[in-house]
Design a protein around this ligand. Structure first.
Ligand code: ADP
Ligand code: ASP
Ligand code: MG
Length: 403
């Protein structure tokens, strides 16, 4: 007998028909003699709708009350799915995050899972129940509801799989697996049979929302093998696992992130200590800086550019303006209409020419590169937002061929 964790995303439980479809998947797994723990997200666009409702009432609502609201979405799916499974005649119980033992840090809206105490889940499994757990939530040390950040149900599932040493952790979603690019944007994207944790972590962090990046981080840390698959078709999905014994793909995928903004500080005096000064000030304001570019000094000045998440724009501009005044730089310019497009692949480490091929495809499409950043297994470029979709397609064609 095996323990199987199955997570179903919002589209998979969006309406009555879909809930019964999920109930079928779950009960078929149970019928084969497995213990089954199910993690669910909120139905369809429920979380977005809740955010909109809150905005209409109080745009400055406290994060505590936001979590009180947002955590309700998963409760609806969990109870409805339990009712569907009851109707099919199987023993089932639904549990909220705190009942399932999820303790988190106290940061509302982006809490981190600190511990999962699986006693209650285990007790229910011992009673032969199918156990349904609300994803995306837990409870903090004040006994308040917390949520894990958007897409956090993936992490809930991986956390249960890791503490309970599950034999399989399946992430059911609305596409058939992890593709070489978002299959909704690039129709000839190809499904990957397998991808390493490291590559998946990069793709998820660089904008491929199919898996939440924290879930991949946790899966890697605790060696939880994941399968990403569709709840709507019966075909094998993508396995995410350790790289050993896997043929290294030159490029495994292309991702796009629109949640970026660029700030440039122009005319910074060309002397030691100024990069330290600006980035320590940004860090003190908790601004997450991503790509950094500093020009070569000329006429005793240089320019420093960096990218940040959109929501940190105001803080970053404020810090930069103060810096300009203090050190006597010329000005701050910023651009919110940018995107980061990245290619990820473990094989690029040992194959020269990957960056050149990527840049060539952008040149052929007449797309200007504003910034570049690289690591062993990824190359990212910052470009104008309006060019981003075209960039993804043209880079995809370069590496994977046109249809
Ligand atoms: P769920 O609600 O099941 O968690 P998400 O919407 O969070 O689903 O993630 C699935 C979506 O991720 C897909 O519908 C697809 O548009 C998008 N996506 C982006 N990049 C990729 C990729 N490389 N492979 C597969 N899907 C991707
Ligand atoms: N319902 C939450 C969200 O929309 C969590 C999730 O779907 O994983 O972000
Ligand atoms: Mg998701």
């Amino acid at each position: 007998m095996s323990l199987i964790v199955q997570k179903f995303g919002g589209t998979s439980v969006a309406n009555t028909e879909r809930i019964f479809n999920v109930a079928d998947i779950v009960t078929n797994t149970y019928k084969k003699g497995n213990d089954v723990v199910v993690v669910v997200s909120a139905q369809g666009d429920t979380t977005d709708d809740f955010i909109e409702k809150a905005q209409a009432i109080n745009p400055n609502a406290s994060k505590r009350e936001m979590d009180m609201l947002l955590s309700a979405g998963e409760q609806i799916s969990a109870s409805l799915l339990a009712m569907a499974i009851e109707k099919l005649g199987y023993p089932v119980v639904s549990l909220l995050g705190w009942q399932a033992g999820f303790s988190t840090s106290s940061t509302y809206g982006s809490a981190r899972i600190k511990r999962v105490n699986p006693d209650r889940i285990q007790k229910e499994l011992d009673k032969k129940n199918i156990v349904i757990v609300t994803g995306f939530q837990g409870v903090n040390r004040y006994d308040d509801m917390t949520t894990l950040g958007r897409g956090g149900s993936d992490t809930s599932a991986v956390a249960i799989a890791s503490v309970m040493h599950a034999d399989l952790c399946q992430i059911y979603t609305d596409v058939e697996g992890v593709f070489t690019a978002d299959p909704r944007k690039v129709p000839n994207a190809k499904k990957l049979n397998v991808i390493s944790y490291d590559e998946m972590l990069e793709l998820a962090t660089l904008g491929a929302q199919v898996l939440n990046n924290r879930s991949v981080e946790m899966a890697k840390k605790y060696n939880v093998e994941l399968e990403v698959l569709s709840s709507l078709t019966q075909v094998p999905g993508t396995i995410v696992k350790e790289e050993t014994k896997m043929e290294k793909m030159l490029i495994s995928g292309i991702a796009k992130d629109n949640d970026v903004a660029r700030i440039s500080i122009i005319g910074v005096p060309d002397k030691p200590g100024l990069a330290f000064k600006i980035f320590s000030k940004l860090a003190a304001k908790k601004v997450n800086v991503d790509v950094i570019l500093q020009s070569v000094g000329r006429d005793n000045t240089k320019d420093i550019s960096f990218t940040i998440p959109q929501c940190m724009m105001q803080d970053a501009i404020e810090v930069s303006n103060q810096f300009v005044d203090v050190v006597g730089a010329s000005s701050v310019v910023y651009d919110e209409n940018v995107s980061k497009v990245s290619i990820v692949g473990a094989g690029m480490e040992t194959h020269p020419g990957v960056a050149a091929a990527m840049f060539e495809s952008l040149f052929e499409a007449n797309i200007n590169i504003q910034m570049i950043s690289t690591s062993e297994i990824k190359i990212s470029v910052l470009i104008a937002r309006e060019d981003a979709d075209k960039a993804v397609t043209t880079i995809h064609n370069k590496f994977f061929g046109e249809e």
